[in-house]
Design a protein around this ligand. Sequence first.
Ligand code: MEV
Length: 319
Amino acid sequence: MNGFGSAPGKIILSGEHSVVYKKPAIAAAIDLRCEVTSKKISNGIEIDALDLGLKKNYSFDDIKQLKQNPDQIHGIDSLAILADLIVPGESLSLKIHSQIPISAGLGSSAATAVSVAASISDLFSLDLSLEQISNFAYQSEVFIHGKPSGIDNSIATWGGLIVYENSHITRKTLNHTMPLIIANTQVERSTAKLVQGVSNLRNKYTFINPLIDIFGELTNNVITSIDKGDMNKLGELFNINQGLLDAINVGHRKLSEFIWIARDAGAIGAKLTGAGGGGCMIALARNDKHAEEIANKLEDQGARVYITSLSSKGVQVGK
Ligand code: MEV
């Protein structure tokens, strides 16, 4: 018998980075997903990341070693530790297939961790609750991101649209179309390093804290504009947000280039999404046809564009 789990990627509409300092953030699941099939095997943990062409076997001694030396944990290692955390000492294989680009700000690592937890829950009939799945995934995220806020594993678990503040989740409904374009600069970056960079700035300058408060206030305005379906205001807030994200040094030349291509093509607003420093930007269009026009302009300039829609579906346990 196989176990199966899948979970969505995400975009952050507002509040990346400031969410680490317990300010609100709002995130939406997208219809790019990760899928994990698990199987019982005889000895150790085997991980096969099909899209990355990466396959690794771990003995339980390897896992013990990694746990004792967290600085040696890279990429998929955290998933072997996660498996051993959920079902200690059980041998199993995990086959991962993901549509979510890695290191691009779309929540690929959290979606993978959530899918792994869901797949193991299915394989061993653990009947894990959503909270348990999300908490396990969070622990795996800690190994690679240092001090994550928890927003990525939460949106990958619950799906839809959520406001996340200080570990508290509020689910929202979207009662207005929000035609968004996601464009990937294909500049890979590390969330942990970017989060650390903001922390360094905060230690260096006392005025960074009030700036983080402003991100929080801005996000509250974003939430209200989404509730009211006020897309013009939402776009304006995206643009202000981008300016502030540049100010805390999480921008990138390529992101700015794509953001300006989208704005020149009439986007109501555009900003980076996720940790920044490369990765993806989002742009808000007037309607679906306009979104396509903006997407074409971005593609002409070398962007990898994802025409995805927001997804209400969170984690799936079993087929
Ligand atoms: C990453 O998707 C969002 C950040 O705010 C980090 C985090 O919340 O853990 C940059």
